[in-house]
Design a protein around this ligand. Structure first.
Ligand code: SF4
Length: 425
C-alpha cells in the first residue's frame, strides 16, 4: 500500500475523487508496494484500482483511461533501501558527528537508480527485486561496479556476501537492460591491473554497458585513513591513460568514447580536461564527469536568455577543487552578461579542508565569507550545497543565510539558471 500525497486538478485522479492521504491498495488484484508498482501498473489503459479513502471508505474503480488524460496522482516517497556494504571509502564514515540523521543513511536502492540515476551496487537485491527489475524492465540502471573480480569486489565493499556483479549484469543484459557504470578508484586496490580487467570485462558486454566512469576516492578528515588513501598525481595519470586507451578503442569500434574519467580525476592528475565533443552527450554529468565542459556548453546555449548585468558585481562560490577550472567557465559568462565576477573558493570548516567539492560546503562557510560584503550585488552559491528543503549540510537554511547577509543570494546549478532575472533588492 502507498499513500497519495497530492492530486492534480484536471486529472484522472481528480475525476475519481482521490484525495491526499488515500491509500492505493491494489491494481488488478496486485498489491501496490511502492512508486514503481504504482507507475508501472497504472500505466495501462484499463485496470481495476482498489483504494481506501482517508475517511476509511474502500472503493474499487474500474478504470478506462480517456486518451491524453494524465493520472495526476503523486505518491509518498519510497522507504529507502539500506546498503549492505561497508566500503572503507564510504562518504557516510567521513561525516562528522552531530549532523542531521538523514545524512547518515547509506542508501543503495535499485529503484532510485532507475528513477533518479543514483548509483547502486545491486548487492542487496532479493529475488523479488530481481523479478521486478526484469518485469518492469528497469533500464538504464546506474551501477557501482568498482571491480569485476568478485573476490576483490567483496573486499572493496567489505561484504563477503556480495553476489558476482558479472553474473548479475549478464542476467539483466540478457533481458535487454542497459547500464551506466562507475568505478570508485581506491589506489592500490582497484586501479592498475584490476582496473584493466574491469574495463575489459565491461567492454565485453557490448552495447549493454553504455559507459564506465572512474571517480577518485574522496576522503574527509573523519574518513578511515588507516584503511584507505587518496590517489597520487601519478596514480590518477595512470588511470587516465588506461581510460583513454579504452576510449580510443571504443571510438574506433563503436563511435563513442565509452570510458571516462571524472573531472576530479583530471584535476588531481594535473591534466587538461577532454573536449566537450568527447563526452557522448554528458550522460554521467551528475557524477562529475564532464561537468566543466557541460557548464561551458550550457552558458553558450543560454547566452541569449540572460539579463544584462552591466556594472554589477557578482560573487561566485565554489569548493577549492573547481577553483582552478572556474575562470574558463566565468570568462564566457562575463562576455555575455557584462557583469564583474569574483570567484570565491571556500575551504570546508565542517568536513576539513581535504573536502574540496562545492556540494558539501556548509552554510556557515558562505555566511562567514559574505559578512560585511556590501560591495557585492549578488552571490551565487552552488545549488548542490542545499537539499530539497533548502537546508545546508550544517542545518543552516537558505532563508537564514539570506537574512544574515547584506547581499542577494541565489542558488545556482549552472550560473545561467540564476542570471536570467534581474535583482530583487
Ligand atoms: S556502497 Fe559503499 S560507499 Fe556506497 S553507501 Fe554503501 S558502504 Fe557507502
Amino acid at each position: 500500500m502507498i499513500r497519495v500525497t497530492a492530486v492534480a486538478p484536471e486529472s484522472l485522479g481528480s475525476e475519481l475523487g482521490l484525495k491526499p492521504g488515500a491509500e492505493l491498495l491494489t491494481i488488478n488484484g496486485r498489491e501496490i508496494e511502492d512508486f514503481l508498482d504504482w507507475e508501472f501498473l497504472s500505466a495501462d489503459d484499463q485496470f481495476m484500482l482498489h483504494v481506501r479513502q482517508p475517511d476509511g471508505e474502500e472503493i474499487e474503480f474500474d478504470i478506462e483511461r480517456p486518451e491524453g488524460l494524465p493520472m495526476g496522482v503523486a505518491v509518498e516517497a519510497a522507504r529507502i533501501r539500506r546498503c549492505a556494504n561497508r566500503c572503507d571509502f564510504c562518504f557516510v564514515d567521513g561525516l562528522p558527528v552531530g549532523l542531521r540523521e538523514t545524512l547518515y543513511i547509506r542508501d543503495d536502492d535499485y529503484r532510485l537508480s532507475f528513477k533518479y540515476g543514483n548509483f547502486a551496487t545491486l548487492t542487496n537485491l532479493k529475488p523479488r527485486d530481481v523479478e521486478r527489475i526484469l518485469e518492469y524492465r528497469l533500464s538504464p540502471l546506474y551501477v557501482s561496479v568498482h571491480a569485476t573480480d568478485p573476490v576483490l569486489r567483496r573486499w572493496l565493499l567489505r561484504n563477503p556476501l556480495a553476489p558476482d556483479i558479472m553474473e548479475q549484469l549478464r542476467l539483466f543484459a540478457s533481458h535487454g537492460i542497459v547500464f551506466h557504470t562507475q568505478v570508485v578508484l581506491s589506489p592500490g586496490v582497484n586501479d592498475g591491473a584490476v582496473l584493466e580487467r574491469t574495463l575489459e570485462d565491461l567492454y565485453g558486454f557490448g552495447a549493454s554497458v553504455l559507459n564506465v566512469s572512474a571517480v577518485p576516492v574522496g576522503l574527509t578528515t573523519f574518513s578511515k585513513h588507516h584503511l584507505v588513501r587518496e590517489a597520487t598525481r601519478g596514480e590518477c595519470r595512470a588511470a587516465i591513460g588506461q581510460l583513454e586507451r579504452w576510449a580510443e578503442r571504443a571510438r574506433k569500434e563503436r563511435g563513442i568514447t565509452w570510458a571516462f574519467g571524472a573531472d576530479e580525476l583530471y584535476l588531481r592528475a594535473g591534466l587538461p580536461l577532454p573536449p566537450a565533443a568527447t563526452y557522448d552527450g554528458f550522460e554521467q554529468v551528475e557524477n562529475g564527469v564532464g561537468s566543466v565542459r557541460w557548464l561551458e556548453q550550457r552558458i553558450a546555449g543560454d547566452a541569449g536568455d540572460l539579463a544584462d548585468w552591466r556594472g554589477r558585481r557578482i560573487a561566485v562560490f565554489t569548493g577549492r577543487s573547481m577553483a582552478e577550472l572556474m575562470p574558463q567557465v566565468l570568462e564566457p559568462l562575463r562576455a555575455v552578461t557584462h557583469a564583474e565576477f569574483e570567484l570565491i573558493p571556500l575551504g570546508n570548516p565542517l568536513f576539513g579542508d581535504a573536502v574540496t567539492c562545492a556540494g558539501l560546503l556548509p552554510g556557515a562557510a558562505f555566511q562567514a565569507a559574505l559578512a560585511g560584503r556590501n560591495d557585492l550585488d549578488l552571490a551565487l552559491i552552488p545549488g548542490e550545497s542545499l537539499n530539497e528543503d533548502r537546508i545546508f549540510m550544517d542545518d543552516l537554511t537558505l532563508q537564514a543565510l539570506a537574512a544574515a547577509t547584506p547581499v542577494e543570494i541565489r542558488p545556482s546549478y549552472h550560473f545561467t539558471d540564476a542570471l536570467d532575472t534581474p535583482l530583487t533588492r
